[in-house]
Design a protein around this ligand. Sequence first.
Ligand code: ZN
Length: 117
Amino acid sequence: MKTEYEKYCSNCGQVIDINAEICPKCGVRQFTSPYNRYNSSTVNDDPTISDKDWLTTIVLCAFLGCFGIHRFYTNNTMIGIIQLITLGGCGIWMLVDIILLALGSFKDGDGRYVKNK
Ligand SMILES: [Zn+2]
């Protein structure tokens, strides 16, 4: 049985150490495993963080916030339409959104935080 510190050789299927680059049995070089816990930190796989760009969102909010453009950008289409009709809640909603963005508490349409990465 394979443990979390082991993996299967991509060539012969032998159980080898997760960090092994060369299989000791067949000598074939291993592909980097996506489950390799030592290499996973370079990938942004946090499901709570939006893939929308924080800087783009805050610039859109600052300049076009009264039209709800930043809400359309972050997939909050319904709120975007309401903000467009109300001109960003007469500017108050737009200010609230800028503050939320600055604090990293602004959420996109999927409920993920738009943050400065
Ligand atoms: Zn092998």
